[in-house]
Design a protein around this ligand. Structure first.
Ligand code: ME8
Length: 519
């Protein structure tokens, strides 16, 4: 299990993005998923700390700044602000937006370094190897290939340059057995299993010591006691997860409460850094390991990899302007099994918006609420005796909280939503079968019960989709007369819809997608 239910604190992080360009839809995807997880745990009563931010040091930032004719600090400031603004536009409920140029992070990275050094895991040597500035990583000869006289990394297809420098090393080789033993004892440390297995295979293949400092540039955090070296950007970057909760003050209330992190959410290209280097650094420093590294896949546009040269890089802003924020959030979490690679297309999005949101949820809610407005003075009715059909449907909706908890504990967002929409499907079938519009004339008391049951199901569903579609879910809870605050948390899930509550005039919450007029 990734997070234990008895533990009331919950610490979750995204990767910190390189602000050497603008945020793209892949970044947005990671933010949205992490945000849904954080919101779910908050609604379920946990004390949540959600950390995100930007990774601002390293050679890549320096080179981009030089190309633009500005300092790396200026580049970092400008683009980090754009990342933060994007997160705000996406409704990301982070508790801290960290920048690796923050002063407290500087101190934390140096403290971690000193702990690893005190443990005898850091030594000075010379390094010569193939370095990729894009990946901020060295590759061995076997991991490279030459095409047209240029050497590339086979894994990431990025250009390499031969680099020789004096460097500090981290004794990663000493951690091979310890890591393998740890993985064996903690089978849920990495997820999904297939991606975790790739990591384990890599460690089984043998680990070499890691070069952890650079002398060829100075845009980074100085190595304690030897400031002509700056720390390798990944040592600095990974430490952000500790800085965020108060490290190096391990006695602080925040650190005590939130460390170890419950989930690091990251993409598949950086699984080795998070599932190999990071736990090794922490073992060396004598710090507890995070509980889980959740590795998501990559998003492709219409099945094609996003790339600047293909001109299909989509900005989160354009996406949201076209489909709306909540529909976009829903689409990604419903459509792509978290962990797998995913694709998006206009047709797929419109289909989800119209079938799942406008029809199955929006229409059901609107039809029952309008009947209440027209026939029952706009007040939640008193249900009569419940039939078998009523009870079956209510029980299915009642089981959704446990099902959702179970799926969310493993970040299975698409499965949680699938289970929820299965109940909505049953609710629609129930509504059609019961024909409340016929009962209006033949048996008004029974009509009231059918409407009450339908609204009770919509209320439960709506409580559970708040983490994915916060604004729309809240508008629908308004329409159902559920007061803001405690009544909207999962603690209120088993409450009954209160008869006699006066409802506002119903307005549809989930519009169908309208094709814009051709120009
Ligand atoms: O890797 N689809 O930063 P980053 C889905 N600074 N996710 C994607 C993606 C795509 N097309 N492209 C990137 C870094 N991502 C480091 C992290 S953490 C201590 C340091 C994901 O800006 C990527 O996998 O290149 C990563 O999790 C995140 O976006 C930031 O990527």
């Amino acid at each position: 299990m990734s997070d234990s239910p008895e533990k009331k604190s919950f610490y979750i992080t995204t990767a910190i993005s390189y602000p050497n360009g603008d945020p793209h839809i892949g970044h947005a995807y990671e933010y949205i998923a992490t945000d849904a997880m954080a919101r779910f745990r908050r609604l379920d009563g946990a004390d949540v700390f959600f950390l995100t931010g930007t990774d601002e040091h390293g050679q890549k930032m320096l080179q981009t700044a030089q190309k633009e004719g500005i300092t790396p600090a200026e580049l970092a400031r400008r683009n980090s602000d754009r990342f933060q603004a994007t997160q705000d536009e996406l409704g990301i409920s982070y508790d801290r937006f960290i920048r690796t140029t923050d002063a407290d992070h500087h101190a934390a990275a140096q403290a971690l370094w000193k702990r690893m050094e005190a443990n005898g895991d850091i030594y000075l040597d010379k390094y010569a190897g193939w370095y990729s500035v894009r990946d901020e990583a060295y590759y061995t000869e076997e991991e490279t290939e030459v095409r047209d006289g240029v050497r590339y990394s086979i894994q990431t297809n990025t250009e390499l340059t031969w680099t020789e420098e004096e460097s500090y090393f981290f004794r990663l080789s000493a951690y091979q057995d310890k890591l393998l033993a740890y993985y064996a004892e903690h089978p849920d440390f990495g997820a999904p299993r297939s991606r975790f297995n790739e990591v384990i295979r890599f460690v089984e293949g043998g680990l070499q010591d890691l070069s952890v400092s650079r002398t060829t540039f100075d845009w980074g955090i100085p190595v304690p006691g030897d400031p002509k070296h700056v720390m390798y950007v990944w040592v600095d970057a990974l430490t952000n997860y500790l800085t965020g909760v108060g490290f190096p003050d391990t006695d602080s209330a925040t650190f005590q409460r939130f460390w170890p992190a419950d989930v690091h959410v990251i993409g598949k290209d950086i699984s080795r850094f998070h599932a190999i280097y990071w736990p090794a650094f922490l073992m060396s420093a004598g710090i507890e390991l995070p509980r889980r590294v959740m590795i998501h896949g990559f998003l492709n546009n219409n099945g094609e990899k996003m790339s600047k040269s293909l001109g299909n890089v989509v900005s989160p802003q354009d996406f949201v302007a076209r489909y709306g924020l909540d529909a976009s959030r829903f689409f990604f979490l419903r459509e792509v099994p978290f962990g797998a690679d995913g694709s998006y297309s206009h047709e797929a999005i419109v289909n989800r918006m119209n079938a799942d949101l406008a029809n199955n949820l929006g229409n059901l809610a609107q039809r029952s609420l309008s009947m209440v407005a027209k026939n029952l003075d706009g007040m939640v009715p008193e249900p009569g005796e419940l039939s078998d059909a009523d009870r079956t449907l209510l029980a299915a909706a009642g089981a959704l909280l446990e099902t959702s908890r179970d799926h969310y504990s493993r970040q299975e967002f698409s499965l949680a939503l699938e289970a929820t929409w299965k109940v909505l499907h049953e609710a629609n079938a129930y509504f059609a079968e019961q024909e409340p519009w016929v009962l209006r004339k033949t048996d008004p008391a029974r009509m009231a019960t059918v409407l009450w049951v339908t609204m009770a199901v919509v209320r439960r569903v709506d409580l559970l989709i708040q983490p994915v579609m916060p604004d729309s879910a809240s508008a629908l809870l308004d329409a159902l007369g559920v007061p803001a605050g405690a009544a909207r948390t999962f603690a209120a899930f088993d409450d009954e819809l209160a008869a006699g509550t006066a409802l506002p005039k119903p307005t549809p919450v989930f519009p169908k997608f309208e094709e814009p007029e051709a120009e």
